[in-house]
Design a protein around this ligand. Structure first.
Ligand code: FES
Length: 83
């Protein structure tokens, strides 16, 4: 499936998270609590992204990539969010 992350079209297998999709294509998303050997739980919230059409800011480590999804890892709204 194909999705867009920071204006870059990337192709991943179904079931891939947004974080893994970004990482596989050298797109940096900061992540503290993610570890490949434990189930992602979205604890640190550092990997929040903006996804077109969604009002909330999901965590990239717990969000599965979807066909046609448009993701932004950096935006004014994300940067202005309180810690
Ligand atoms: S890496 Fe911590 S919430 Fe995603």
């Amino acid at each position: 499936m194909k999705l867009t992350i920071d204006n870059q079209v990337v192709e991943v297998l179904p079931g891939t998270t947004v974080l893994a999709a970004a990482k596989a294509h050298n797109i940096y998303i900061p992540a503290i609590c993610y570890h490949p050997e434990i189930t992602p739980y979205g604890g640190c919230r550092l990997c929040m992204v903006e996804i077109e059409g969604q009002k909330s800011y999901p965590t990239a480590c717990t969000t599965k990539a979807e066909e046609g999804m448009v993701v932004r890892t950096q935006s004014k709204r994300l940067q202005e969010m309180p810690p």
